[in-house]
Design a protein around this ligand. Structure first.
Ligand SMILES: *Cc1c(COP(=O)(O)O)cnc(C)c1O
Length: 443
C-alpha cells in the first residue's frame, strides 16, 4: 500500500469503499447554485447554445431517425410517476413526497442517456465541418446534410471514441448515418449485442480485454496519429457535457405539464447514475441553471466502481483510481464500470453535487426486478442506481436539517430517479436480468 492510500484511510467513507459496503457521502463543499455554477467555467449561454444547435438539427433527425419524428426531431424522454414502486419500496424504508422516473432509458435512436451527449457531439462536429467548408449556413435546412454529396464529404472524416458500450452506440449510429467513418474502442465489459449493432451500421469496433480507461486511452492514441480523425473524449469533453445539460433546461416545462411544483417549499431531489461523470454532471449543470437551490443532485455508483465518490470525497478527482485501493471495477452495471472519474467534471461540479452514494450489484438487480413487477418498466442494471436515493435522503435527518428541509417540505418533495439505459436491451438479455433479480428477491 502506498503512502497516499494509507493517508486516504483517514477519510471515513474511504473505508466503506474499500470494504465494498453500500455508503453515502454528503458534500460539505456544496455552495449556493449561483456560486457553484460560476465555478464550472460554463454559463447558461453555453447550455442554451447547445439547445439551439439541437433545434437546428431537429428536422434532420426527424428524417434520419423516424422514431424521433413524433417530437419533431427533438430527442427527449417521458417523465412518469412510480406510485406502485414507491409503495413497494416503503415496505422496507419510507420515501417522503412522491417518486418519479425520467425515462432516458427509452430515448429514441440509442436507448440511453448517451443519446443526449453522444449524438450532440457528433452533430456539433458535423456542423463545424460543414460550416467551415461553406456547405451550409446557420439558417439553412440541415436536412440537406443527408444528401449523397454531403455524405461523401463526411465520409472523408473519421470519429473515434472509447466506451463501455452506450456512448459508442450513440456516436456510431449517428456518425454512420451522416457518413463518417466511426471507430469505437470497446472495453471488455461491453455487451455483445451493442458491438453487433454497431458493426451492422458500418462502424468499426475494436475490442479490448481491459476496462474503460484502457479503451479510452487506445482511442485517444489512435486518433492522435491521424489528423483526419476527431476523438470524442468522454473524460474531458465540454461538448458532451453541454449536450447532457439540455435535459436539465428542458425539465422545468415537463414538470409543469405534470403539475409538479418546484420551489423552496417543494424541493426536487434528482438521483443520477454516474460512470465517468459527464452524463450526470451535464444534467446537474442544466438542473442547477433551471432550478437553482431548489434542486438537490446526487450521483449513484456501484460499490465496485465508486470513482466519483472517491475523487470528490478525497479532493483528488482524476488523481486516483478505485484500483489503487484494491477495488476491482467489475460490475454488472456496464455503463458505470469506470475506475477513474473525469477530472473536469469532478472539479467543475465540486460545489454543485450534493452527494454521492454506492449500491451493490445485488441491490441493482433486486431493484430491476421490483420495478418490472410493480410498474412493468424494464431497465438495464446501471439505470437502477438512482432508485436507492429517495430512501437514503428520507432517512437522513442531518442532511435535511442542514438544508433547512423540515418534515413539511419533505412531504412535498419530488424524488426524480434518472433512468439512464435499457430501452434497446434484447428481450433474451432482459429476461436474464429479470430472472436473476427475481431470484434475489425470493431468497
Ligand atoms: C454512460 C452511462 C451512465 C453514466 O454516464 P457517465 O457520463 O459515464 O457518467 C449511466 N447509465 C448508463 C446506462 C450509461 O450508459
Amino acid at each position: 500500500m502506498t503512502e497516499l492510500t494509507e493517508q486516504l484511510l483517514s477519510v471515513p467513507v474511504v473505508n466503506d469503499l474499500i470494504a465494498l459496503r453500500e455508503t453515502i457521502w454528503l458534500n460539505d463543499k456544496v455552495a449556493t447554485a449561483a456560486r457553484g455554477l460560476l465555478r464550472t467555467g460554463l454559463t447558461r449561454h453555453d447550455a442554451e447554445d447547445a439547445e439551439a444547435r439541437l433545434q437546428r438539427f431537429a428536422p434532420l433527425l426527424a428524417q434520419a431517425f423516424p422514431e424521433t419524428a413524433a417530437r419533431g426531431g427533438i430527442i427527449e424522454s417521458d417523465l412518469v410517476p412510480l406510485p406502485a414502486m414507491q409503495q413497494r419500496l416503503e415496505q422496507t424504508a419510507p420515501v417522503s413526497g412522491r417518486l418519479w422516473l425520467k425515462k432516458d432509458s427509452h430515448l429514441p435512436v440509442s436507448g440511453s442517456i448517451k443519446a443526449r451527449g453522444g449524438i450532440y457531439e457528433v452533430l456539433a462536429h458535423a456542423e463545424a465541418l460543414a460550416l467551415g467548408a461553406g456547405l451550409i449556413s446557420l439558417q439553412d435546412d440541415y436536412r440537406r446534410l443527408l444528401s449523397p454529396e454531403h455524405r461523401q464529404f463526411f465520409s472523408q472524416h473519421k470519429i473515434a471514441v472509447g466506451s463501455t458500450g452506450n456512448l459508442g452506440l450513440s456516436i456510431g449510429l449517428m456518425g454512420a448515418r451522416l457518413g463518417f467513418q466511426v471507430t469505437v474502442h470497446m472495453s471488455s465489459d461491453a455487451r455483445q449485442w451493442k458491438k453487433a449493432m454497431l458493426r451492422a451500421c458500418g462502424a468499426d469496433v475494436i475490442e479490448y480485454d481491459q476496462d474503460y480507461g484502457v479503451a479510452v486511452e487506445q482511442g485517444r492514441k489512435a486518433a492522435e496519429s491521424d489528423p483526419a480523425c476527431f476523438f470524442i473524449d468522454d473524460e474531458n469533453s465540454r461538448t458532451l457535457f453541454l449536450g447532457y445539460s439540455v435535459a436539465g433546461l428542458r425539465l422545468g416545462k415537463q414538470l409543469q405539464d405534470n403539475g409538479i411544483v418546484v420551489d423552496a417549499s417543494h424541493p426536487l431531489f434528482v438521483y443520477l447514475p454516474c460512470g465517468v461523470g459527464g452524463g450526470p454532471g451535464g444534467v446537474t449543470f442544466g438542473l442547477k441553471l433551471a432550478f437553482g437551490d431548489n434542486v438537490h443532485c446526487f450521483f449513484a455508483e456501484p460499490t465496485h466502481s465508486p470513482c466519483m465518490l472517491l475523487g470528490m470525497s478525497t479532493g483528488l478527482h482524476d488523481g486516483i483510481s478505485v484500483q489503487e485501493l484494491g477495488i476491482d471495477n467489475k460490475t454488472a452495471a456496464d455503463g458505470l464500470a469506470v475506475g477513474r472519474a473525469s477530472g473536469f467534471v469532478g472539479r467543475a461540479l465540486e460545489q454543485l453535487v450534493d452527494g454521492c452514494y454506492t449500491l451493490s450489484d445485488e441491490t441493482l438487480c433486486r431493484l430491476l426486478a421490483l420495478l418490472d413487477e410493480t410498474e412493468g418498466i424494464q431497465l438495464e442494471p446501471s439505470a437502477l442506481a438512482g432508485m436507492a436515493g429517495p430512501q437514503h435522503i428520507t432517512a437522513n435527518r442531518d442532511y435535511q436539517r442542514q438544508q433547512g428541509l423540515g418534515p413539511e417540505r419533505m412531504q412535498q418533495a419530488t424524488h426524480l430517479v434518472w433512468a439512464t439505459g435499457g430501452g434497446m436491451v434484447p428481450a433474451a438479455e432482459m429476461q436474464h436480468y429479470l430472472a436473476h433479480g427475481k431470484r434475489l428477491i425470493a431468497s
